[in-house]
Each structure stands twice: as structure tokens, then as C-alpha cells.
Design a protein around this ligand. Structure first.
Ligand SMILES: Nc1ncnc2c1ncn2[C@@H]1O[C@H](COP(=O)(O)OP(=O)(O)O)[C@@H](O)[C@H]1O
Ligand SMILES: [Mg+2]
Length: 242
């Protein structure tokens, strides 16, 4: 589904992504972990067209070359993301946020009624239906994250990229979110590529985990493999935020 070869991104003299290859298959939940500054968010920014990669980078999604596309064109191919710092429309209601997601969707055209119908459905999916008329900015952060996810799902994506969606949540909220992410895949067939700092959340949910350190992929495997990988343990021990 998503295939990337030799992703490279530099900022001046800093090599933030240093030749990463990866693949995400249909129906997979893939985790992306690594110490702070490893390049995880930069990798998402590069895949989604928010940053232009270096020459030689090859990224295709559903057979389309993403490197030559703009962010909004990439969204139309069915690849959407959420942000590390949550981005909802604060002054709009929860419902209007979800409607906006549906209108912005990957389908060619959708009527206002269809968008509202879909908004109701995705809000129920993430458990926010009784918050519909509240201003998004007045929700606690955990629910803003659920809303950002709902808005993304309302756009009917094939693949979502989630950037630290569980950080700042209580263990109970993380459990609920992990369940929602599993249902994204199981009930809706949406693939997930998920950056997370909270190991328990990602280890218990992902089928496969990719580990970045200093812009390079240092390991890839099942959660079990990654837990027992010496290079990974050392990468975290050596990091100042481990
Ligand atoms: N827009 C930018 N300009 C310059 N340097 C950046 C920019 N974005 C990220 N970096 C640098 O790239 C490296 C990787 O950052 P980032 O992708 O945010 O890491 P992570 O998400 O893994 O914590 C860091 O050294 C960071 O300071
Ligand atoms: Mg980051």
C-alpha cells in the first residue's frame, strides 16, 4: 500500500532522515518508535508532503508517486494524518469539526446531508456523540485527540498516520484509544502507521514496529522482537528522554 525507498531529509547540515526504507501493507497497524529527535515526525511530514524530501527519495501509495504531489493531493489519495500538537477547529462545535472532515474527504463529491450523516457516525465510533454541540476547544485534550481522529476517519482514508496520539492521556484513556485504533482496522479496514512514545499502548496494539534512531531504521519486527532487541534497548538507554 505505502512503499518508501531511501527517504532522506536534511535541515541545513543536519541529516534528519538518513535513507529509510519502509512498507505498510493493507490492514496493518505499524508502530514507529525511537528516542526524541530520532526523526519520526519528520518522516511523517515527508510522507505527507509537508516537507520536501531530498532527491532520490521514492514514496508511492496505492501505486501513486507521492513525492511529486502536494499535501492536499496526497490526502485525496487516501492518506491522512493527525498531529503531535492536536489541531482541531477550537471555535467550531465537535459536530462541525467532523462535518469538515467528511466534506474534505477523499471522495469526489459528498452532499451536506451525507457529510452530516457521516459526521454523526464517526463521532459515535470514537464515543463523542454526546459532545456534538460543544465547542471543540472546550474539550479536554484526550477528547480533542479523539475528535481529530474522528475528523480524519470522516474523510474515509485508506491509511492514517498518527503522531503521538496517546501522549497526555490517562491509562484508562489510552486503553480506550488503543481499542478505537484496533477497530479502525478491524471494522473499517483502515491501515495505521502510528508514532508513539507510550510503549505499552503501541506494544499491545501494533502488528509490527519500526525503530528509528538518528534518522536511521535500527530495527523492525513484532513487538516481541523489539522488546528483546539489544540495539533498541541501548538506543533508549542512551537517549536523554528515555
Ligand atoms: N523544520 C525543521 N527545521 C530544522 N530542524 C528540524 C525541523 N524539524 C525537525 N528538525 C530536527 O530534525 C530532527 C528530528 O526531529 P523530529 O522529526 O521532530 O523527531 P521526533 O519526532 O522523532 O522526536 C531533530 O534534530 C529536530 O531538531
Ligand atoms: Mg515527533
Amino acid at each position: 500500500m505505502l512503499t518508501a525507498a531511501n527517504i532522506r531529509k536534511t535541515f541545513g547540515g543536519l541529516v534528519a532522515i538518513d535513507g529509510v526504507d519502509l512498507e505498510i501493507g493493507r490492514g496493518e497497524i505499524v508502530g514507529l518508535i525511537g528516542p526524541n529527535g530520532a526523526g519520526k515526525t519528520t518522516l511523517f511530514n515527508t510522507i505527507t508532503g509537508m516537507l520536501e524530501p531530498e532527491e532520490g527519495t521514492d514514496i508511492t501509495f496505492n501505486g501513486e508517486d507521492l513525492v511529486s504531489l502536494e499535501t492536499h493531493e496526497i490526502a485525496r489519495t487516501g492518506l491522512l494524518r493527525t498531529f503531535q500538537i492536536v489541531r482541531v477547529f477550537d471555535e467550531m462545535t465537535v459536530f462541525e469539526n467532523a462535518v469538515a472532515g467528511a466534506m474534505f474527504g477523499t471522495e469526489e463529491s459528498i452532499s451536506r446531508e451525507q457529510a452530516e450523516e457521516r459526521a454523526r457516525e464517526v463521532l459515535a465510533f470514537v464515543g463523542l456523540e454526546d459532545k456534538s454541540e460543544m465547542k471543540a476547544g472546550s474539550l479536554p485534550i484526550a477528547q480533542q485527540k479523539q475528535l481529530e481522529l474522528a475528523r480524519t476517519v470522516a474523510s474515509d482514508p485508506d491509511l492514517v498516520l498518527l503522531d503521538e496520539i496517546a501522549s497526555g492521556l490517562t491509562p484508562g484513556e489510552i486503553e480506550e484509544l488503543s481499542d478505537t485504533i484496533r477497530r479502525l482496522r478491524d471494522d473499517r479496514g483502515i491501515s495505521v502507521f502510528w508514532i508513539e512514545h507510550i510503549m505499552d499502548a503501541i506494544m499491545g496494539t501494533a502488528d509490527r514496529i519500526i525503530v528509528l534512531k538518528s534518522g536511521q531504521k535500527i530495527a523492525e519486527g513484532t513487538p516481541e522482537d523489539i522488546r528483546n532487541n539489544k540495539a533498541v534497548t541501548e538506543a533508549y538507554l542512551g537517549a536523554d528522554d528515555a
